[in-house]
Design a protein around this ligand. Structure first.
Ligand code: ADP
Length: 359
């Protein structure tokens, strides 16, 4: 009898320890697990389920789930589950504003008469998916516009016999512009996708910013066609540690924007200084400026303040997205200051560790 009792005690202790381990495991799960009895009353839930569904263990155990998740989509889902058959998860948006979450809910038959309700927070996945859809829609739209123009001209040229030479020449010029626009867009898309492929730039080297700026200034002069005054201001002797190709493309974008958004006769100045230990490259212009409310969104892909102006000056809407990506890969940030009608300044600010000796 004594041996039997001892082994029973040991058995209980083992069972108790296993239950405790199971409870701890369920508590640590990032997914929500909720146990329902046959009529649909909550028997048990883990903290993630309580958090996802806004429930409280002590208050809500024993209550019918329909009374706690009062959403018509959920009622339908429950009814279909009870009618039998396999069901894909239900995607439900809960909460408001900043607390808004997207949940994936799945009901599964459990033991003989119970039901398991699993919840998973898919807010980030849903956001990425929405961004991907927007991106594809934007790219398609951007490519369709020049293609429509080109095919329109081609149609006219093939359907009428005697088009005067001046007209065909004008058509060809406009078609070349549109083809150039498409090439620019595809090149920017390729640059962005290369930047997204790996988190670190392939090579890092000390860059002589003064000479890089001199050659970028010459390119900006060519783009401006001599209509702007483009000056090189303070140039610190320190070198910047980074990837020359990527940084050249980022700084080149800032300069080309300054030219495209500054009316003729405007001034553009490039400075390179060490500000409180942080290497900082600034491109400042006295151009059209940017309304305050647009500033936080400028680095989003295809975000433009004035779509007409961006397209007419050859913009793809991807320039600042590329700048931001390059800076993030160099642990830098983009600081934008602007006043409407007064001008804008775009500063690429790098951490002190990116400062490398003097040229
Ligand atoms: P885009 O190809 O349209 O120039 P960007 O990503 O380079 O695309 O810039 C996004 C938007 O930011 C532009 O459409 C423009 O409205 C605004 N912007 C960028 N640089 C300047 C600037 N120097 N002055 C005024 N607005 C600017």
């Amino acid at each position: 009898m004594q041996r039997f009792r001892k082994s029973e005690q040991r058995g209980r202790a083992t069972l108790g320890a296993s239950l405790e381990r199971f409870r701890l495991a369920a508590q640590a799960l990032p997914d929500g697990v909720l146990l329902l009895d046959l009529p649909g009353r909550i028997e048990w839930m883990n903290p993630a389920a309580a958090r996802h569904l806004g429930l409280e263990f002590d208050r809500d155990v024993g209550i019918l789930i329909e009374q706690l998740i009062r959403r018509s989509e959920f009622f339908d889902y429950l009814a279909r589950f009870r009618a039998g058959g396999e069901l894909p998860p239900l995607v439900l948006t809960v909460g408001e504003d900043r607390g808004r979450r997207v949940l994936s809910l799945t009901l599964i038959p459990f033991a003989d008469e119970g039901t398991l309700l699993l919840s998973r927070d898919i807010t980030d996945i849903a956001r990425t998916e929405a961004m991907r859809r927007d991106f594809i829609a934007n790219v398609s739209h951007e490519l369709r516009t020049p293609l429509t123009v080109i095919s329109g001209f081609l149609e006219q040229m093939t359907s009428s016999d005697a088009i005067p030479k001046e007209t065909t020449d004008a058509f060809l010029r406009l078609m070349t512009d549109q083809a150039r626009r498409m090439t620019g867009l595809v090149e920017d898309l390729l640059t962005l996708s290369r930047l997204e492929c790996d988190s670190e730039p392939p090579v890092s080297e000390p860059i002589d910013i003064a000479s890089m700026m001199e050659s970028l200034r010459a390119e900006a002069e060519a783009l401006s066609g001599g209509k702007h005054i483009i000056q090189i201001g303070e140039m610190a002797p320190e070198r910047l540690l980074g990837n020359a190709d990527e940084l050249r493309s980022a700084f080149g974008n800032l300069l080309s924007n300054a030219v495209r958004y500054t009316p003729p006769e405007g001034r553009i100045e490039i400075t390179w200084r060490i500000d409180a230990g942080c290497p900082t490259l600034t491109v400042a212009d006295n151009g059209i400026g940017i309304p305050k409310e647009h500033i936080p969104r400028l680095t989003e892909r295809f975000y433009r303040v004035d779509k007409g102006r961006s397209s007419s000056t050859g913009g793809t809407g991807l320039g600042l997205a590329i700048v931001k990506h390059v800076l993030v890969r160099h642990q830098g940030t983009l600081v934008i200051k602007s006043d409407i009608g007064q001008g804008s300044s775009f500063s690429a600010v790098f951490p002190p560790g990116r400062c490398s000796g003097k040229a």
